[in-house]
Design a protein around this ligand. Structure first.
Ligand SMILES: NC(=O)c1ccc[n+]([C@@H]2O[C@H](COP(=O)([O-])OP(=O)(O)OC[C@H]3O[C@@H](n4cnc5c(N)ncnc54)[C@H](OP(=O)(O)O)[C@@H]3O)[C@@H](O)[C@H]2O)c1
Length: 315
């Protein structure tokens, strides 16, 4: 755990030495014109988001913005707001049916494209070489972008190897900066690693206070594949936001259950992509870099693991 944090922090320090935290925060506002975008709303104090370096050398923010269920004008507004308060990683997928809204939100934010890290995913209906190539073009068009930072196979179903070959080619052509998978178990990843030419960079899987996935995390760390947690709050299921153990821990640091959850992921070396439609929550969820959970706190959270998905209907 300590080593993982050191890895994240090393990258952060390097970044800070290059730019200086205050300069970076100032530049962020200058670029975004946040106050112009959202009237005279008070600008929150920014904590720059740390990054991790993927196995292909690409830098990925350790905390991003999830967009499941955020479509249409609400989705556009949320994405623009998330960018305005400091999010740089935006996670979408074909199956969310919101890539157009996400693209509109990105344009509305006014941010330079290269400052963002945009992820999308190929859905199971588009598995296979030809369909994946087409699905990728459709995603790019809907988003209004000319490259993706990360493209994932959403689920290990259908012709995974055909999809991977298409993604390898798109990666070599420079249309995707990193390729990876989602919802893969270690044996499924091992298969892909053996048959493919390019190592997956990321595996995005379910993980939260009630489902820790220690075996996957260990496998991914051993193979230098970044774990990214989806539903880092379990969508609030099992009363996560009211959980007593998280609340007791949070009291010590004046942090909420949401912040304790995200910090716990961070200290395990996991990238998270919380979703919210509320600006106050966007800011709250970013403010996790100014405290550290003790070993005892981490041990207490370990006891919350129910070792099973909280989304059985998605299996
Ligand atoms: N690869 C996959 O198969 C897969 C599957 C699921 C999700 N994902 C990705 O992971 C992202 C995150 O997961 P998710 O959207 O399922 O759920 P989540 O992030 O675990 O939880 C979202 C819920 O938490 C609430 N919330 C957020 N911040 C809060 C805070 N500070 N205090 C109290 N409530 C808060 C939100 O409500 P408010 O809007 O009211 O704040 C929302 O109801 C998705 O959006 C998507 O990008 C990927």
């Amino acid at each position: 755990m300590k080593r993982e944090m050191d890895k994240f922090d090393r990258i952060n320090r390097r970044q800070f030495m290059q730019t200086g935290a205050k300069v970076a925060a100032g530049a962020l506002f200058a670029t975004l014109g946040a106050s112009k975008l959202f009237g005279s709303a008070k600008i929150p104090a920014l904590t720059p988001v740390n990054s991790v370096v993927l196995n292909n050398g690409l830098k990925m923010p350790v905390l991003g913005f999830g967009t499941l269920y955020l479509g249409g004008s609400e989705g556009e507004k949320c994405v623009a707001e998330a960018i305005s308060v400091g999010y740089r990683l935006i996670d979408t997928a074909t199956i969310y049916n919101n890539e157009d809204a996400v693209g509109a939100g990105i344009r509305r934010s006014g941010i330079d494209r290269e400052k963002l890290f945009v992820t999308s995913k190929v859905w199971v209906d588009d598995s296979g070489y030809e369909k994946t190539k087409k699905a990728f073009d459709t995603s790019l068009n809907k988003l209004g972008l000319d490259y993706l930072d990360l493209y994932l196979i959403h689920r290990p179903r259908g012709d995974v190897k055909g999809s991977w070959k298409a993604m390898e080619e798109l990666y070599k052509e420079g249309k995707i900066r990193a390729i990876g998978v989602s919802n893969f178990e270690p044996h499924q990843l091992r298969d892909l690693m053996e048959s493919g030419e390019i190592m997956p960079t990321v595996n995005q899987i379910e993980a939260h206070a009630f489902f820790h996935q220690p075996e996957s995390l260990e496998f991914l760390k051993k193979n230098n594949i970044q774990m990214e947690a989806w539903s880092p709050f379990a969508q609030g299921r099992n009363e996560l936001f009211y959980n007593d153990v998280l609340a007791e821990i949070g009291k010590k640091y004046n942090k909420t259950n949401a912040q304790v959850s995200l910090r716990w992921h961070y200290q395990r070396g996991i990238v998270t992509i919380p979703r919210t439609s509320q600006k106050a929550h966007m800011v709250e969820n970013l403010n996790i870099f100014d405290f550290e959970l003790s070993d005892e706190d981490m041990r207490l959270i370990t006891k919350l693991d129910l070792n099973t998905t909280q989304f059985p209907e998605w299996d």
